[in-house]
Unconditional design. Sequence first.
Length: 202
Amino acid sequence: MRKVVYELCRGFKEILLVSTMLIMLMFVFASYGVQLYGGRLARCNDPTITKREDCVGVFMRRVFVTKMKLQPAPGESYPAMMVPRVWANPRRFNFDNIGDAMLALFEVLSFKGWLDVRDVLIKVLGPFHAIYIHIYIFLGCMIGLTLFVGVVIANYSENKGTALLTVDQRRWCDLKKRLKIAQPLHLPPRPDGKKFRAFVYD
């Protein structure tokens, strides 16, 4: 653990460059997301309302005790309560400004909640818009985080002196390490004083 922390401190410049590249990538995609989805993801909490002008007043919302939508018994109905209609963005993210868009993309970069973003884009705008989040996942997570880990590994290799060696030189170093580990077996001395034991020894 000490070596990993040391290599992180030693490679601060390279890590800063990779972090800057990731922030620039997030900024580009956030700007593009604001242009595409700014103000378009909001909807009414009443599923029967599609226009903002109609999202006023109250409505009866059914209350489910469980996520399993069980059918009520004959003569019974689901409990319901009066709820005011509200026109709002999805609960955890929106693309109405650069700050909120970058925060949403930062969370997506950690693989947490990106399926929620994708599902909302598909539900509200159509399946074609899921390409946006998939391209960002590929560029940000696959390339960006791989570069970040690669910088740490490269610094660790340079510290050990193996980064500049050729393939044959690395093989020679590995062979020398193995030769250091290999040791001859300890053989007991030959019992010269006793003929039978010497015979068995031979």
